[in-house]
Design a protein around this ligand. Structure first.
Ligand code: ATR
Length: 276
C-alpha cells in the first residue's frame, strides 16, 4: 500500500483526501491519501518521512507552502518562480518540490471556463500567498497586462516588483476604470470564504463596487457561489468558482505521483460530496 499525505495546519475538512482516494480506487491503485495536521515545529521531521519507499509524496497547504522550500532536494521551475510548493514528489528518496496551483488554475479557466488568456487585460484582487501562483499562471499564458489591486497597496507593489521580469504588471490606480475595461477579474483573497462568523455578503471589492465586464473567477469554492459570483451572475457575466482549480491542481499532483491520469469527473463528484 502506497501512501500520500496532505501537510496542513489545521487539517480538518480536507476535500483532497476523498478526491484522491476515489481516484486511486477507480484506477485500482493500492494507495491511500491522508490529511495530516502538522504544526510548524514538526514540519521538517514529517517531510523527512516522505522519503520512505512506500510514500508517493504529499500535498502541502496553509501554512507550509513556503516553509517546505528549503527542505526539498530539488525544485521545479514553477515552484521556484512561484516561490511556493504545493506538491512534493518522492523520487527514490529524493524530494522534488513542485507547484500545480498555476497549471490547475490555467486548465480550469481554459477547459471549463473556455477562457483564452492571450492578449487579455486581467485584474487580480489580492496580493497574498494564493495570488503568487495566479500571477505566474496568467503571465505565463501571455496576457497583455495584469493589474493588481490589494487592500494594502504596498503588498501589491511588492508582488509587481517581484514578478516584473515575467510580463507586464501594473498597480491599479483607478479601480472603476480597470473594472470597466478588464477581460478577466480574479479574486485571490479569502474574502467570501465560508467559516464561522464570516459575512456571506462581503466581497473583495471596495464598498458598492461590482464586476461589470469580462469573465469573473473566484478561487473560493466554499460556498459554491460567493457574493462576488452572485454579483457577476446578476450582471450577466460568465463566472467560475475555485472548485475546478482545486480538482485540476490535484489531478496534476496525482499524475506526478502515480504516472497515471486520474478520472476527472469522479474527482469532481468526490469533492462535491465532501463539500456537502
Ligand atoms: P492567502 O495565502 O490565502 O493568500 P494571505 O497571504 O494572508 O493568505 O493573503 C490574504 C489576501 O487577502 C491579502 O491580499 C489580503 O489583503 P491585505 O494584504 O490587505 O491584508 C486579502 N484580504 C484578506 N481579508 C480581506 C478583506 N476583508 N478585504 C480585502 N482584502 C482582504
Amino acid at each position: 500500500m502506497k501512501r500520500v499525505f496532505l501537510l496542513a495546519h489545521p487539517a480538518k475538512h480536507s476535500v483532497s483526501a476523498p478526491m484522491h482516494n476515489a481516484a486511486f480506487k477507480a484506477l485500482g491503485i493500492k494507495a491511500f491519501y491522508e490529511a495530516l495536521d502538522v504544526p510548524p515545529e514538526r514540519l521538517a521531521e514529517v517531510v523527512e518521512r516522505l522519503r520512505a519507499e512506500d510514500v508517493y509524496g504529499s500535498n502541502v497547504t496553509v501554512p507550509h507552502k513556503l516553509a517546505v522550500l528549503p527542505l526539498m532536494d530539488e525544485l521545479t521551475d514553477a515552484a521556484k518562480s512561484i516561490g511556493a510548493v504545493n506538491t512534493i514528489i518522492n523520487r527514490e528518496g529524493r524530494l522534488l518540490g513542485h507547484n500545480t496551483d498555476a497549471s490547475g488554475y490555467v486548465r480550469a479557466l481554459k477547459e471549463d471556463g473556455k477562457f483564452d488568456f492571450e492578449g487579455k487585460q486581467v485584474l487580480l484582487l489580492g496580493a497574498g500567498g494564493a495570488a503568487r501562483a495566479i500571477v505566474y499562471a496568467v503571465l505565463q499564458e501571455g496576457c497583455h497586462t495584469l493589474y493588481i489591486y490589494n487592500r494594502s497597496q504596498d503588498k501589491a507593489l511588492a508582488l509587481i516588483k517581484e514578478f516584473a521580469h515575467l510580463g507586464r504588471l501594473e498597480a491599479v490606480t483607478k479601480l472603476s476604470q480597470t473594472l470597466k475595461s478588464c477581460d478577466l477579474l480574479i479574486n485571490s483573497t479569502s474574502v467570501g470564504m465560508e467559516y464561522k462568523g464570516s459575512d456571506p455578503d462581503e466581497t473583495p471589492l471596495p464598498e458598492g463596487r461590482v464586476p461589470s465586464q469580462g469573465f469573473v473567477s473566484d478561487i473560493v469554492y466554499r460556498p459554491e457561489k460567493t457574493r462576488l459570483l452572485k454579483d457577476a451572475e446578476a450582471a450577466g457575466l460568465p463566472y467560475q468558482n475555485g472548485l475546478p482549480m482545486l480538482i485540476y491542481q490535484g489531478a496534476e499532483s496525482f499524475e506526478q505521483w502515480t504516472g497515471q491520469k486520474p478520472p476527472i469527473d469522479l474527482m469532481f463528484e468526490a469533492a462535491k460530496a465532501a463539500l456537502r
